[in-house]
Design a protein around this ligand. Structure first.
Ligand SMILES: [Ca+2]
Ligand SMILES: [Ca+2]
Ligand SMILES: [Ca+2]
Ligand SMILES: [Ca+2]
Length: 474
């Protein structure tokens, strides 16, 4: 018997997840239409100017954009500025403007007057146009079915609707315009995932370095690893059917497409996910876990990909030097290793990881973030392991809706519970932070996540931060 089997054999292996799967219901509420995003700095056209109301158009107060007429005199320009007590804040003349024969550009002008009043006062003074400096926003309130119907509590903030103070606050980051970037990459070390799922397809990696032609074009040791690799079966089919439900569910929490009016939304509406499948029907092995971790690290080193984290919603067995060293190689490559704290073993009651180590979350490598699970009412999930020195923070892990492979290749959704479900909220947080802080190191990302955690009574003394995930400022 191989040594590894003692740690990772069938008996001791378990995935930190699973429980109830609900069928999709037809229930759908009206989509939320307002964003409650108006800040002091913005002015509603509807409220500031009588008779010229244009609801929904916000603009920067006391600023207008002016393009003077070609050949307009210096006197006319001065006259225009004087009429509105204006000062030029910025002259905007882009390369493309110049290419199109423009040599004056447009002026951003600050004025103490109300915007539309200022515009009316400069009209007729040798200008081509004067207009408000509008503020544009995306449709950043999720219109995804499970978000709007109240199910997707793990994505909610306390200041958005639907609201839940124990959600990850992702909706608040979205409202600020932060929905992730496809240039940020994460590895999902798990089962395979249904990369063709309608809510995942846009965010799954297609390898540009190794076309499917029977050759290992990028010489990384894996032939045609088009969406990742299956280390369990040693082939390039990372999705092998409905048994890859856990990996699909985890992937959706990290990066299901948001704002497309269907299904769920991940912490990141835009991200790139790579499958490193090593869990099969009977679980996974240390050997394949090491290969999976190194595969992701190598992609970063080999191709310079912007891989910031791997999600590791699995565990079992004892301490492994080979796996710990693989995690350290990832650390050297600035890749975080986000790991589930564990589901309390066979009795399903949360254990203290300080007293009884759970791996891989207990590895002391600095790039490990260990994650406990909380419920929608802020309690520590009954099954969730904890550890004042060995678990970093809590995240939503009970009753989590996400993507699932349906029968016959259909795209489905369902609710799972586990520290497996809490972990991808944090992995998603790593990617979201990286999207708004380009070049941040693994250590910086981890520090930001821990610093943002909100103190939570059920986690006090139960984890390093004593708090829960909060990405509102990411
Ligand atoms: Ca190839
Ligand atoms: Ca290859
Ligand atoms: Ca396969
Ligand atoms: Ca969606």
């Amino acid at each position: 018997m191989k040594t590894a089997m003692r740690f990772w054999g069938v008996k001791t292996f378990f995935i930190f997840g699973a429980v109830t799967v609900f069928a999709i219901t037809g229930c759908q509420k009206d989509l939320k239409q307002t964003t409650d995003q108006e800040e002091d700095a913005t002015v509603s056209a509807a409220s500031s100017v009588q008779g010229e109301a244009q609801p929904g158009q916000d603009y920067v107060p006391n600023e207008i954009l002016v393009k003077f007429a070609k050949g307009s005199s210096e006197n006319a320009r001065t006259n225009a500025l004087t009429r509105i007590q204006g000062q030029v804040s910025e002259k905007i003349l882009t390369k493309v403007m110049e290419r199109f024969g423009e040599n004056d550009g447009i002026y951003l002008i600050h004025t103490p007057l109300a915007v539309l009043e200022a515009i009316s006062k400069v009209k007729g003074v040798e200008i081509e146009y004067a207009e408000p400096n509008y503020i544009y926003t995306h449709d950043l309130v999720s219109n995804d079915t499970y978000y709007t119907n109240g199910s997707l509590w793990g994505m909610y903030g306390d200041g958005t609707s639907p609201a839940n103070p124990y959600g990850s606050q992702a909706s608040e980051a979205w409202a600020a315009g932060h929905t992730g970037l496809s240039t940020v990459v994460v590895g999902v070390i798990d089962e395979g995932a249904m990369f063709s799922h309608s809510d995942l397809a846009a965010n799954f990696w297609t390898n540009p370095y190794d076309a499917v032609d029977g050759l290992d074009n990028d010489n990384n040791g894996y032939v045609d690893d088009i969406h990742g690799w299956d280390f369990d079966k040693n082939d390039n089919t990372t999705f092998d059917g409905t048994q890859d439900d856990h990996g699909t569910h985890v992937s959706g929490t990290i990066g299901a497409r948001g704002g497309n009016g269907t299904g769920v939304a991940g912490i990141n509406w835009n991200v790139t996910i790579i499958s490193a499948k090593f869990l099969g029907r009977r679980g996974g092995t240390t050997a394949n876990a090491v290969k999976a971790v190194d595969y992701i690290t190598d992609l970063k080193n080999r191709h310079g990909m912007n891989i910031v984290a791997t999600n590791n919603s699995w565990g079992g067995g004892g301490a492994s030097s080979s796996l710990q060293q693989a995690i350290e190689r990832a650390n050297t490559a600035n890749i975080l290793f986000v790991a589930a704290a564990g589901n309390g073993g066979n009795d399903g009651v949360g254990d203290n990881n300080d007293a009884t180590p759970s791996y891989p979350s207990n590895y002391p490598n600095t790039n490990v973030i260990a994650v406990a699970a909380i419920t929608s009412t802020g309690a520590r999930s009954s099954f969730s392991n904890y550890g004042a020195t060995t678990v970093d923070l809590g995240a939503p892990g009970s009753g989590i809706y996400s993507t699932l492979p349906g029968s016959g290749g259909t795209s489905s959704y369902g609710s799972y519970s586990g520290t497996s479900m809490a972990t991808p909220h944090v992995t998603g947080a790593c990617a979201l932070y990286a999207s708004t802080h380009p070049g941040a190191s693994a250590a910086q990302i981890k520090a930001a996540i821990l610093a943002a955690a909100v103190a939570t009574p059920s986690l006090a003394g139960k984890c390093v931060t004593g708090g829960r995930l909060n990405v509102s400022g990411f």
